[in-house]
Design a protein around this ligand. Structure first.
Ligand code: GCO
Length: 487
């Protein structure tokens, strides 16, 4: 390993930050992401993102599936209606992302004042409804030019992102104090790989665990994303902004079947190392996990990782850990595998699998316990939790009885509260998602919202899960019997 020349590290983060956060009310929220909701993909001088390229130029989510309208959330009349619904739901926090190619149309500059004005107005409107913004800087919509130049695989991405982050802090820090720098690096990588495969005519399913052929690029990408985040956090502190900065990590408890072989267990452990510990160990221990580094050495991977990278990530001291939890990942070593490392995810036969995997609130609790015990009990914000199920979400007689989502939310919130009762320092919870929206390569068919959207008319209909979440936010004791038909 070589030594990377380090930009001077920032002074210690504001010692008051934790206290300010601790005295805040629990954040009850919902989440969304710019590309999945905004539409208006050419309005106000927006630049193109890689997702405009994937869906509009290459129809990767199927013919005619585009983000051009989505749920029309860029439109102020529309979003004001939505904010009124958030208020009726009782949210005091809304997590949304702003679009990098709106703010910097070519990715690096100049700044687009219309986009700044739009988001400042949106945030002001949210706050006027008593809802605190949780602003995500990057939820996958990489400016197309930067994607073409290599995206996160290129070490220059560290500087690209840092510059963008500085523009965001300079323009929003009087209105926003809680930021998510980057959303779900591992799932973004997997989704992008699937998109690239489709572009190349290769069919297949999404592989969240990188295979041996993609491992070097995955580790390189993750390292750049973490370094970019550290650099952004350093400059935030250095410039004296006050606030809470973190990342939203999709964390996956890795499980094996009851009759797993040693090789299966080994595969699951490495998957845990690559998807979970890679990030957590760097952020909280200042070191990448030795088993993954050992594998990289054995395979002679060119990861570009330099001495001091993980230490720098640890030294950034993020203010909170954002966790996106949906489901555990079952892992095995495929019987036919011939490579040194092979870990494959699978969904065991279960009657209760959501789009994103088996419904397992017990694993949510176990994950929060692990963070408390293995990583020094950092402040945690659940930045996403939610579910979508095939064939749910039918609009019948003006109602949507999303019984399974309702049940999922009730049992996962219970699991979180139980982990908190044992000491987990959870500061907030955000349902993915407020609305049905554009589910990346799955298009509009996979609904995750508490608010049903008719994608032809843009009509909104709050679902049963919306009513039940509202009761939980009010502090009512709710059990899964609330999630039955004909309530
Ligand atoms: C993310 C997620 C969301 C998805 C959600 C449901 O990166 O945060 O991918 O954008 O829509 O996880 O699958």
């Amino acid at each position: 390993m070589k030594t990377r020349s380090l930009v001077a590290l920032a002074a210690e983060p504001d010692a008051m930050a934790g206290l300010v956060q601790a005295s805040r009310p629990f954040r009850w929220g919902a989440a969304s992401a710019a590309y999945q909701v905004e539409g208006s993909t050419t309005a106000d001088n927006k630049g193109r993102s890689i997702w405009d390229v994937y869906l509009d130029d290459h129809s990767l989510a199927g013919p005619g599936v585009s983000g051009a309208v989505a749920i029309n959330f860029y439109d102020r009349d529309q979003y004001l209606e939505d904010i009124a619904l958030f208020k009726a739901l009782g949210l005091n926090s809304y997590r949304f992302s702003i679009s990098w190619p709106r703010i910097l149309p070519d990715g690096q500059g100049p700044v687009n004042p219309k986009a700044i004005a739009h988001y400042r107005r949106f945030i002001t409107d949210l706050k006027a409804a008593g809802i605190e913004p949780m602003l995500t800087l990057y939820h996958w919509d990489m400016p197309a030019q930067l994607a073409a130049a290599g995206g996160w695989s290129d070490p220059k991405s560290i500087d690209w992102f840092q510059r963008y982050a500085q523009v965001v802090f300079a323009n929003f820090s009087d209105l926003v104090d809680t930021y998510v720098l980057i959303n779900e690096p591992t799932v973004e990588r997997a989704t992008k790989q699937l998109a690239e495969d489709r572009l190349n005519g290769v069919s297949g399913d999404m592989q969240i665990i990188p295979d041996q052929a993609h491992l070097a690029d995955a580790l390189k990408t993750f390292n750049h994303i973490l370094l970019a985040s550290a650099a952004a956090k350093e400059s935030f502190s250095r410039q004296g902004y006050a606030g809470q900065i973190g990342l939203a990590l999709p964390l996956f408890p890795t499980l094996t079947s009851d009759d797993a072989s040693e090789a299966d267990k080994q595969a699951a452990l490495l998957a845990d190392g690559i998807l979970n510990r890679w990030f957590l160990d760097a952020m909280y221990h200042g070191a990448y996990p030795e088993d993954v580094l050992e594998l990289a050495r054995k395979l002679d991977l060119d990861t570009g990782i330099e001495e001091g990278d993980a230490a720098r990530i640890g030294a950034a001291r993020f203010d909170y850990l954002g966790i996106n939890y949906y489901a555990p990942l079952f892992v095995r070593r495929p019987a036919q595998a011939s490579t040194i490392y092979a870990a494959q995810m699978y969904v065991p036969d279960t009657s209760n699998a959501a789009f994103n995997g088996p419904v397992r609130p017990d694993q949510f609790k176990a994950l929060l316990e692990r963070i408390r015990l293995d990583y020094g009990n950092p402040p945690v914000v659940i930045t996403e939790n939610g579910a979508g199920f095939p064939d749910e979400d039918q609009l019948v007689d003006g109602k949507v009885e999303d019984l399974r989502r309702c049940d999922y939310l009730v049992t996962h919130i219970e699991a979180m509260k139980s982990a908190m009762a044992d000491g987990a320092d959870v500061r907030g919870y955000h349902v993915w998602s407020s609305h049905d929206n554009l589910e990346w390569l799955s298009g509009y068919g996979s609904r995750f919202g508490m608010i049903h959207v008719d994608f032809d008319t843009q009509k909104r209909t709050p679902k049963l899960s919306f009513q039940v979440y509202a009761r939980m936010i009010k502090g009512e004791t709710v059990d899964t019997s609330a999630c039955s038909t004909g309530r």
